[in-house]
Design a protein around this ligand. Sequence first.
Ligand code: ADP
Ligand code: ZN
Length: 645
Amino acid sequence: FAADYYHHPIGAVINHALPPALRAGRAPPATHETAWRLTALGSEEARRPSARRGARQTAVLKNLAEARLLGSRELAARGVAPAYLKRLATRGWIEPCELPTAAAAPPERRAPTLTLTADQAAALQAIEAEAQGFAAFLLHGITGSGKTEIFLRLIATVLDRDRQTLLLVPEIGLTPQLVGRLRERFGDALVVLHSALTQRERLAAWRKAQTGEAMLVVGTRSAVFAPLPRAGLVIVDEEHDASYKQQEGFRYSARDLAVARARGLGVRVVLASATPSLESLHNAASGRYKLLRLPRRIGAAGPPAFRVIDLKKHATRQGLSTPLLASIDAHLGRGNQVILFLNRRGFAPALFCPQCLTAEECDRCDARLTVHARTGTLLCHHCGRERPLRWACERCGTERIGVGAGTERVTDVLRSLYPDRQIARLDRDVVSRRGALDAVLEDVARGATQILVGTQMLTKGHDFPRVTLVGVLNADQGLFGTDFRSNERLAQTIVQVAGRAGRRDQPGEVVIQTSFPEHPLLQSLLDADYTAFAALALEERRHASWPPFSHLAVWRAEAPARARVFEFLTKLREHAAHHADAVQILGPAPAPLERSRGRYRAQLLFQSRARNALQTHIAATLAAVRGWREARRVRWSIDIDPVEI
Ligand code: ADP
Ligand code: ZN
């Protein structure tokens, strides 16, 4: 299904679905005992009169005919040596196989002590009511509403029926708390599958899923392909997360495949999020998914209070406005913690020469280089190319300036303003050091860190009890994006990061800095909530015929020579347009970042109201393209249901 749907070679898909060690031909760990069973010939022989055989042979055949299959240890106990078994095997009477493990003994589960809230109980009951066959649910629960607790209960009942659960999460490293809670409840029945494991560990975990020894398989994107011989339930946590879509090679959506897989297995699938994707909300509205809502937080904490600060009216100091600083003082003064979100790592996003009036650019990409002061480098965030940082301009020698602020710079300012506080940073630069991620999260969790500055990583399901203030330093980066999904992403980011504030008894406050306080997107978030925003955004999508009201595919091409790219895509467009009644073709247009890693990139957009029409069209076009000379001069790819265009 995945190969057809994403128009990707089936061999490559299968390859992707297997653990790397298995692809390399390595044998899976021999955790299992060999067993023996009768072959067809052996069964026939066992039914024949015993006269022509020795008594020993007859006994073994009879034993196997009765037991269907016996482990080599059991056979040894009955006095049958391995050598003897081999001899019977060469006669073609018996064959070795693997002794299936008895279902792993259910771990000693700690009995749940919490009493479910009425909302939780209703959601759980609705899911339990459909325990037979395929059914899809969208669990829309605000942050801290008790979604995870529902997962735990569901997994437990599935386990009681001796069935496996597959739980997909966006990133394992960022959710140690979730894995901790699962381990505490389910112990050894749990295996974790993700790319940071060694090849050996990954193969071992995969095998446990395959033998059914692992009753709970938790993993990231590619775990959607884990073998599940006794599947009972599939859960996709944070279903809106863009990391479920693989962005290169085999461009699949693990969320969408999870639904397809659950349908194939005939089991339930639960998609959960505090900020569901517009696609999933639309599927719920049209009745394909059952919508379950948890609109309230657990405990005393109500929803956080939102406040917008107009950057046109308030001066900022490296991205921090005076009212925000006043709020930080107040919350720290009450002994609480503060989280500041800025989607920009490094010290400054540009290195500017006031004399030449130019900013340093990457020579391979259409992008400015980011100043990374800690490592003393200039870094291209697109291709990763690094250069030593020199403040003096290479042309005129003038001292250059870092324009704008990234997480490094904000951290520096805060350290000078709050010398007595512990301030930490969380972004990809920090976590590239081994163990750093866990250390940062732990310090925040136990209250040692008072201010945490970070990027998108902050938005993932952390549960820090003493965080009461969340500041969004610059909402404008997302307000005017070129992608039709920019608004949705920004709303999700704001709501998710806001969800870190006031998760216990103390009320939370969320401060958003923007130069466009009147923007309707921000207003809809402030006035009501994500549901109101989503309704508005879906209406816009309907008018503009964007997904989920149409289906998209992007045909991308890139090459060192720009002309080759357009030559290919223009030919493709002409060819495709001939037989495209139900499909609209837009482009070719340069990619948002046209030159990257020294290659020019452009794309054709295919759009249709009918998914089948689009799929048929792509398949037909693909068949023609494979023979073209122009196609061999570029690198091309097809992206079905792209998350970025
Ligand atoms: P979510 O996954 O929606 O963010 P969680 O399931 O993590 O929410 O719940 C948030 C917090 O509330 C957790 O610390 C959890 O242990 C606690 N909690 C969940 N359900 C209940 C309940 N019914 N009674 C008391 N505490 C609960
Ligand atoms: Zn670059």
